[in-house]
Design a protein around this ligand. Structure first.
Ligand code: ATP
Ligand code: MG
Length: 236
């Protein structure tokens, strides 16, 4: 499980996350929604260990990882596709993290093969990112996370720079990936359809606090207030 307890983030004098409590079960698909600046990315980056936690506690499984190194948390963040290394092939891009942490070549190859099978990238391993479509690049970015075998995947608006048609395809891919590998996934999006279709649980954030948490249909049918209804209700 992932447990957040009274999580606070301050940048200097300014507090942007005000004491967030959240329980996420193993294998759950959790989607963070909320207006720009409400703290979605900050919260995700704190879980990833890319931002220091000012106060409170983050537990993953049995461990308190609040102060742990990002590499020791059992999490992997899926970055947007522009984070691929342009001079490396697909295979090298996917294996790079493992290479840096000193894994054996044979083991890296094995893990990259497995990830490319899951993502249907087998035929593209020798290509460079510029010779791939947007969707294929996004798969490589996801592949980089898969090879590390994390307990928890973190996605920050992974589909936001894809065109509408591709977004639908990739949304289906991500749902399939979740089903196949069964890891916990925490996913930030502005897209109501993504939130409604992917989530086991939606977390609505507002100004650094959780406004409401629930299953998509529960929030849809029974929002606590107009703010939540505005996010989950009929498409704007
Ligand atoms: P968006 O939907 O636009 O991506 P978000 O919900 O992801 O927004 P965050 O990026 O988490 O929002 O930002 C939360 C708040 O923290 C914002 O008010 C932002 O200005 C502030 N913030 C983020 N990073 C920093 C920083 N490095 N220094 C100071 N303030 C920051
Ligand atoms: Mg953000």
């Amino acid at each position: 499980d992932v447990t957040l307890r009274k999580l606070v983030k301050r940048y200097g004098e300014v507090e942007v996350i005000h004491g967030v409590d959240l329980d996420i079960s193993d294998g759950e698909f959790v989607v963070f929604v909320g207006p720009s600046g409400c703290g979605k990315s900050t919260l995700l980056r704190m879980i990833a260990g890319l931002e220091e936690t000012s106060a409170g506690e983050i537990r993953i499984g049995a461990s308190d990882v609040t102060r742990a190194d990002p590499a020791d948390r059992g999490v992997a963040m899926v970055f947007q596709t522009y984070a691929l290394y342009p001079h490396m092939t697909v295979e090298e891009n996917m294996g790079f993290g493992l290479k840096m942490t000193g894994h054996a070549k044979a083991e890296i190859r094995e893990k990259v093969r497995e990830a490319s099978r899951i993502l249907k990238l087998d035929d593209y391993l020798k290509r460079k990112p510029k010779a791939l479509s947007g969707g294929q690049r996004q798969r490589v970015a996801i592949g980089r996370a898969i090879v590390r075998g994390p307990e928890v995947f973190l996605f920050d608006e992974p589909l936001s720079n894809l065109d509408a048609e591709l977004r639908v395809d990739m949304r289906v891919e991500i749902a399939r990936l979740h089903k196949e590998i069964g890891a916990t996934m925490i996913y930030v999006t502005h897209d109501q359809v993504e939130a409604m279709t992917l989530a086991d649980k939606i977390v609505v954030l507002r100004g650094g606090n959780i406004e409401q948490v629930g299953a998509p249909m529960d929030l849809y049918r029974d929002p606590d207030n107009r703010f939540v209804a505005g996010f989950i209700g009929s498409p704007a």
